[in-house]
Each structure stands twice: as structure tokens, then as C-alpha cells.
Write a protein of this length. Structure first.
Length: 317
């Protein structure tokens, strides 16, 4: 039986980790599937990542072909957003070396049945999320400075699509983060890359963290009272229930922080300049994202009549 290789390549901040978690759960009972992901790495794939990150000068594609050939598994899923390149914000451009990954996929695709899955996101919210990640790692920079640091002219999903998918001799799928909450879209993706899946664990769209809790987490991190991501999610869920104050929600998770932090977080307004800047960025990129989805989203969804239609996400962008 011919082997099948699925490349799940991100992008960053597009619910990729959630999808990887779901894949991991689905693959546990599958003896026919080899999953290579950040939590189940392989040195060959890690060398490929380092090559794209310019940490090594060369990657021998034959080593990857050998890995795929010698495994007894029939379906190999390589899932790592870092194969596209460094997360934007940690580098200036929008995956400028993604063409190298395309070349590697093309070369292996001549030997194996191949599918590529990419997850996407509306650009202004994507940039916001990348900026927040910078802050969480201690790389302080306000949003306006962050945008000036980036090469925004390179942030074109359509350009990435042309680099990665135009004339590709294999199947390409796109799952926008805006569709992660739509079970039919996620089912169709799972059915395409993991036939026979019982869909026990579907990926979920990331929970939106209120600005007040983002501010609180930033204050805590800078003062040495670091809040873990699970705690942030628990505090958000508990506080949004409306039953407790923000301070009480924190205490229920075992976090005791100065009362002043809560007061600052609740009184920090959303600056008008920040809102207008984000609106400007959204308008600047919105047509490109629509074009990207219209051109490259190949997910097949089942209609009520039982037929199939080309996936056309209805997004308010």
C-alpha cells in the first residue's frame, strides 16, 4: 500500500496547537499512523526546521524519505508550525523562507501521496496575537512600535498561498481559525487527513482573553507573580460567569496578588489610538485575506442535501 504523508504546517497563532492536541488524541489508538509533532519530535524533522530557520546550511531530503520509507506506519503526519519559519514578530517578515519548505514537500511528494494543511487567520487579529506573544516572552514593545518593526508589505496570505500551493501536484487544504468552531469544517478536515477517525477530540478556537485579564497577567509577569496560561483561562471563565469579582476568581485558582493590580486592570481603558490603528491594519489587509481563502480553501463540506460544495467561509472581515 502506498504511504501517505500529511504536512500540517501552521501557521502560528491559528489554533495550530489545539489541532495538534486533537491529532495526538486521535492517533493514540491508531497503529497505522505516525505523528511527528513538537511533543513527539523526530531529529530529521527538527533538522529540517533548523534549516528553514538558518541554523544549519543544508538539509538532506533523502533522510526524510528514508524515515518515511522505513517506518511501518502507512500514514505519516508531520505537524509543526515552526517548519514555516520563525513566528512573525520574532522575525520581521511573513515566513520569507517558506519556499524552502515547498521545495522539500515537492521532492518528497514525488515518492508519496501528499496532502498539505495550513491554518489561517484574519491578518489584523493575527498580528495582535503575535504581538501579545512577544510581550509574554518579555520582549516589551507597544503595538505601534511592533508594526513599525515588521515588514508589513510582506504580510500577504495570498503571497504565501502562491509560494506554497500554486501548481502544487498534491492536495492542499486551508482551515481558517474563524471556522474552527464549525464542526462540519473540522470534521471534513479530519476525514481528509485521518480517515476513520472517531472524532473524539475536536480542536477548539482559542478562548478570547478580556483586556482586563491581559493587563493583569502582564502586571503579574513583570512583578514576578507569573500567571500560567491554564490559570488565565480558568480566571477568564470564572470571572465571565458574573458570580465573582476578578480578585475572587484569582483566589479560587490559588493566585494571591496585590489588590492594586486588580484596580489597575479594571481601570485601564482601550486607547482610542490603539483601536483606530487596529482598524487601519484590518482594512489594509482584508481584501488579501478574502482572496487567499477564495483561492486556496479547498475544504469539502457536506450540504443539507447530502452533496458537496467548495468551502466558502463567510467571514465578517
Amino acid at each position: 500500500m502506498e504511504k501517505t504523508v500529511i504536512w500540517h504546517i501552521g501557521a502560528h497563532k491559528c489554533a495550530t496547537t489545539s489541532f495538534q492536541t486533537a491529532l495526538s488524541e486521535e492517533c493514540k489508538e491508531r497503529e497505522d499512523v505516525l505523528l511527528i509533532a513538537p511533543k513527539s519530535p523526530d531529529p530529521v524533522v527538527d533538522t529540517l526546521r533548523r534549516y528553514i530557520w538558518e541554523a544549519v546550511d543544508h538539509f538532506d531530503t533523502s533522510s526524510l524519505i528514508k524515515l518515511i520509507t522505513e517506518t511501518r506506519k502507512q500514514r505519516i503526519i508531520i505537524s509543526d508550525e515552526n517548519l514555516l519559519g520563525k513566528m512573525p514578530g520574532l522575525s520581521r517578515g511573513f515566513y520569507p523562507r517558506s519556499n524552502l519548505l515547498r521545495n522539500i514537500i515537492d521532492e518528497t511528494g514525488r515518492s508519496f501521496e501528499t496532502t498539505v494543511l495550513v491554518q489561517s487567520r484574519e491578518t489584523s487579529s493575527y498580528l495582535k496575537s503575535c504581538h501579545k506573544f512577544r510581550l509574554s516572552t518579555g520582549l516589551g514593545m507597544d503595538y505601534a512600535e511592533f508594526l513599525q518593526f515588521l515588514d508589513l508589505s510582506s504580510f500577504r496570505w495570498s503571497n504565501l498561498g502562491k509560494t506554497m500551493f500554486d501548481d502544487a501536484p498534491y492536495r492542499t487544504l486551508v482551515l481558517p481559525i474563524e471556522e474552527v468552531s464549525n464542526p462540519s469544517s473540522v470534521y471534513s478536515i479530519f476525514d481528509a487527513i485521518l480517515p476513520g477517525s472517531d472524532r473524539k477530540s475536536l480542536p477548539q478556537e482559542n478562548i478570547s482573553i478580556p483586556r482586563e485579564i491581559e493587563t493583569l497577567a502582564l502586571l503579574c509577569n513583570r512583578s514576578g507573580h507569573k500567571l500560567s496560561r491554564p490559570d488565565i483561562l480558568r480566571v477568564t471563565k470564572r470571572w465571565q460567569s458574573g458570580d465573582v469579582s476578578l480578585q475572587q476568581a484569582l483566589e479560587e485558582t490559588g493566585n494571591h496578588i496585590p489588590v492594586e493590580f486588580e484596580k489597575i486592570a479594571l481601570s485601564t481603558p482601550l486607547e482610542d489610538s490603539d483601536r483606530s490603528l487596529d482598524s487601519m491594519i484590518s482594512n489594509y489587509f482584508k481584501h488579501d485575506y478574502r482572496e487567499f481563502l477564495d483561492t486556496y480553501a479547498q475544504v469539502q463540506t457536506t450540504t443539507r442535501s447530502g452533496g458537496n460544495e467548495r468551502f466558502k467561509p463567510m467571514l465578517s472581515i
